[in-house]
Design a protein. Sequence first.
Length: 268
Amino acid sequence: MPGSIQREVALSDAPILELRNVTRKFGGLTAVNNLSFSVAPNSIHGLIGPNGAGKTTTFSLVSGYYKPTSGNVLYQGQDVSGLKTSRLAQRGLIRTFQGTTLFQEFSVLDNVRVGCHRSAGASFTSRITGRDATIERAADKKAREALELFDLGGLANEPASSLPHGHQRALGMAVALAADPTLILLDEPFTGMNPEETRRMMEHVRRIRDERDITIMLVEHDMQAVMGLCERITVMNFGEFLVEGTPQEIASDPRVIEAYLGRADDAA
Ligand SMILES: Nc1ncnc2c1ncn2[C@@H]1O[C@H](COP(=O)(O)OP(=O)(O)OP(=O)(O)O)[C@@H](O)[C@H]1O
């Protein structure tokens, strides 16, 4: 099948993201310890582990919210350790957050148009005041395409606040997509979703990976979603790399089972 041949070729490419011996300390606490792993381009890669394993800190290190105490983060083959979030976003590394970060009073379309400023080359102010007609039209087109990808085209003129939770999360993804990402970091994309919303969001994630040249990395506690969506999964425990593999390998690995059972109270 041509699709799988293409995917095998893509997976053999140089990694889009690589962590080399990354450590992050907060005072006396080591949240991430000597962590190394890499993410293949155009893949859907999961990062899992029990509560407090260091997943969120790792996302923050990759997306520029924290600097590593030591070690290196390479994105597209370049050392970006310590680069600010805005610089990384300009290079196409975009993180979405667990909580909704929409302009609730803006329309669905305007939320995405604001997200277009990187790709359309306009400032935030000109974005919302609509001063430059050419840029405005380009942003409008791009925003509508992003909405269509997430089945939100029919809701373009509704206020964001009127959308149910699942649609708001999809809108958050459309905003991220409008910024022309190369790598999207999804922070618990299925939190608070019912099974139908989760199923639709999984389809959306697969679709943007398949239709755009985008790599997806996600932190998620919903194991069914992680197993159904990711091609590779890295497992952390106590701030350290524990194991990596396919969903099948991870699900049957005794070290993973022990890591979760060992903290049965807080395992997802
Ligand atoms: N800013 C901070 N200051 C001090 N300690 C922190 C900070 N951020 C995280 N930690 C600590 O680092 C460790 C790893 O936390 P982190 O949030 O990265 O884990 P996690 O795997 O994302 O957990 P969860 O699944 O509960 O979100 C925890 O012990 C946490 O208390």
